[in-house]
Design a protein around this ligand. Structure first.
Ligand SMILES: Nc1ncnc2c1ncn2[C@@H]1O[C@H](COP(=O)(O)OP(=O)(O)OP(=O)(O)O)[C@@H](O)[C@H]1O
Ligand SMILES: [Mg+2]
Length: 250
């Protein structure tokens, strides 16, 4: 019996040189994937290359939801690693959603005369902003950088789970392939699994290794896809990230 190929199953290049080999082709359309790493591991560059590659090579519109930095800083940083998002935006193929204000919402906020929890409002705002960006460019690829600030406002894992689920589910309804970044709390061998890792459909971990200058990328999971889960080296240069899929760490 022939397998029915739905759009959901369509695998498309990740846009990151070398990574497709680890993913047996790329990312499945419509998946929500988490990119985990400590500060400075290259998370923002990683998810930006995913957008840039898809838009410039695959002709798919893209959207970046930035909670860490305003658009101007993003544009400058990414042009330093070979990506001209300005040009894509001018051509109506890319939209930057500045969500930095979501982080600034105080614990106690007001909507009209009604007092609401700022944490909940942050989430509602984010989902609203996503929908505005969707209407602008109808993206096939979305990047959210990062969910940590929003999620860590909720002190317990029990409270965090529904927040993460809300974000993931609202992204799933878009049909776009989505990459979300999250800060990793510890990267040692004893690393505790974070709730967002259980909830996302795929998880990729970026690490800086103790050995000078070495970085590793590891696909921890990718539901429904055969993947290489061995940590592999990657570099960051002025052309961005490159993964060495057949090389070993050590
Ligand atoms: N042109 C370049 N050549 C080499 N390395 C670079 C270049 N541009 C940036 N980097 C490296 O990329 C890293 C920053 O990448 P990026 O901003 O994507 O990290 P991040 O994980 O998003 O960090 P944060 O957690 O602070 O947001 C830094 O370690 C920096 O040294
Ligand atoms: Mg970053």
């Amino acid at each position: 019996m022939a397998t029915k190929v739905t759009e959901m199953n369509e695998v498309k290049s990740s846009g990151i040189p070398g990574l497709d080999t680890l993913l047996s082709g790329g990312f499945s359309q419509g998946r929500v994937i988490l990119v985990l790493g400590e500060p400075g591991t290259g998370k923002t560059i990683f998810i930006s290359q995913f957008l840039y590659g898809g838009t410039t090579q695959g002709n798919e519109n893209s959207m970046f939801i930035g909670m860490n930095e305003p658009k101007s800083r993003f544009m400058i940083e990414m042009s330093g690693v070979g990506m001209d998002f300005d040009a894509l935006e001018r051509n109506g193929k890319f939209s930057y959603v500045d969500a930095t204000e979501v982080r600034r919402i105080p614990e106690q906020a007001k909507v009209g005369r009604i007092h609401v929890g700022g944490r909940e409002l942050g989430l509602v705002n984010l989902i609203d902003m996503m929908q505005e960006g969707m209407a602008k460019v109808t993206p096939k690829r979305i990047a959210v950088d990062s969910i940590s600030d929003l999620v860590f406002r909720f002190p317990t894992i029990e409270e965090r789970r529904p927040v993460i689920l809300d974000i993931i589910e609202s992204l799933q309804t878009t049909g776009a392939t989505c990459l979300l970044t999250s800060e990793v709390l510890s990267t040692g061998e004893e690393r505790t699994v974070q709730p967002e890792e259980y909830l996302a459909e795929g998880v990729i971990l970026l690490r800086r290794l103790p050995r000078k200058g070495m970085r590793s990328v590891q696909v921890l999971k990718m539901r429904g896809q055969k993947v290489d889960t061995t940590p592999r080296p990657y570099t960051i240069t002025d052309k961005g990230i490159e993964v060495y899929a057949s090389e070993e760490i050590y």
